[in-house]
Design a protein around this ligand. Structure first.
Ligand SMILES: C[S@@+](CC[C@H](N)C(=O)[O-])C[C@H]1O[C@@H](n2cnc3c(N)ncnc32)[C@H](O)[C@@H]1O
Length: 217
C-alpha cells in the first residue's frame, strides 16, 4: 500500500511519463532517472509544457477513465508536472546507479522495460536489482514492467539486444535481493494470427509482459 506523500524513483524513465500518471495521486515527490540525455530532455520539455513536447493527453484521459473520473485528466497533468522534482542521469549497471546524486531511500521504485535492455547478462540483471534495492526503504514497494522472452527489439531500423528473462527468473532474483510479497502477472504477446496489424515479429520476438509488484523486507 502506497501512502499519500510517498517519494518515488522511476528508473529508466525513457522519454515517457505515462507510467507515472497513477503514481502522482500518491507520490508528491517523483525523481525520474534515465541514462540517455535525449530522453531526459524530452521529459523536461513535457514538464515545462514546451510547444514541441510530446502530447500525453490521451494517456492522461485513458488513465483518468480507468480510475473512474475521466473529468480529472487535466488536473492530473498539473499534479504530475508538480510532482516530478528532478530528472537525473542514471546507470543501472553501476553499483550506485544515481551517482553523483544522493537521495534518501525512496518509498516506491518503479522501472518499466529497463533492466532487460540495460543488462547484457543474467548476472548483471541480478546486480542491477540489488543496486536498485539499496535505493528503496525497508518495507518499500517495487513496481516493474518487464518484457519477457524477448531476445531483440528494433527501433528506427536498428536492432538492439534484449536480455531474455521470464517470470521464474524475475521471482528468483527478487527473492535473492530481499523482496517478499512478490506478485507477478504475465500477459502473453498477442498472437500474430489474431491481429497482425499490431504485431510484426521482424520488429521484435517479444513474448509478453510481466507486471511485477514486490515489497522490500
Ligand atoms: C524500453 S525503454 C523504456 C522507457 C520507459 N520506461 C517506458 O516504459 O517506455 C528502456 C529505457 O532504459 C534506458 N536505459 C538503457 N540503459 C540504461 C542504464 N544502463 N541505466 C538506466 N537506464 C537505461 C534507455 O535509455 C531507455 O530509456
Amino acid at each position: 500500500v502506497v501512502q499519500p506523500g510517498s517519494r518515488l524513483l522511476d528508473i529508466g524513465t525513457g522519454p515517457t511519463v505515462y507510467q507515472l500518471i497513477s503514481a502522482s495521486r500518491f507520490c508528491t515527490e517523483i525523481v525520474c532517472a534515465e541514462y540517455a540525455e535525449a530522453n531526459r530532455a524530452e521529459v523536461l520539455k513535457w514538464i515545462k509544457g514546451e510547444p514541441d513536447a510530446y502530447d500525453w493527453n490521451s494517456s492522461f484521459q485513458y488513465v483518468a477513465g480507468l480510475e473512474g473520473d475521466s473529468s480529472s485528466w487535466e488536473a492530473r497533468k498539473l499534479h504530475l508536472r508538480d510532482a516530478i522534482k528532478a530528472v537525473i542521469p542514471c546507470d543501472v549497471t553501476k553499483p550506485d546507479p544515481l551517482t553523483p546524486y544522493e537521495y534518501e531511500q525512496f518509498d516506491v521504485i518503479t522501472s518499466m522495460k529497463c533492466l532487460e535492455v540495460a543488462c547484457p547478462t543474467r548476472e548483471s540483471y541480478s546486480a542491477a536489482v540489488r543496486s536498485i534495492t539499496r535505493l528503496l526503504k525497508p518495507g518499500g514497494t517495487l513496481v516493474m514492467i518487464s518484457v519477457i522472452s524477448e531476445s531483440f527489439h528494433t527501433i528506427g531500423g536498428h536492432k538492439f539486444f534484449t536480455l531474455t528473462v521470464d517470470e521464474s527468473f524475475i521471482e528468483e532474483v527478487l527473492k535473492a535481493a530481499g523482496f517478499n510479497a512478490i506478485d507477478i502477472k504475465t500477459f502473453p504477446a498477442p498472437s500474430l494470427n489474431q491481429d497482425s496489424s499490431i504485431w510484426d515479429n521482424n520488429v521484435s520476438d517479444f513474448g509478453g509482459m510481466a507486471v511485477v509488484h514486490a515489497r522490500k523486507l
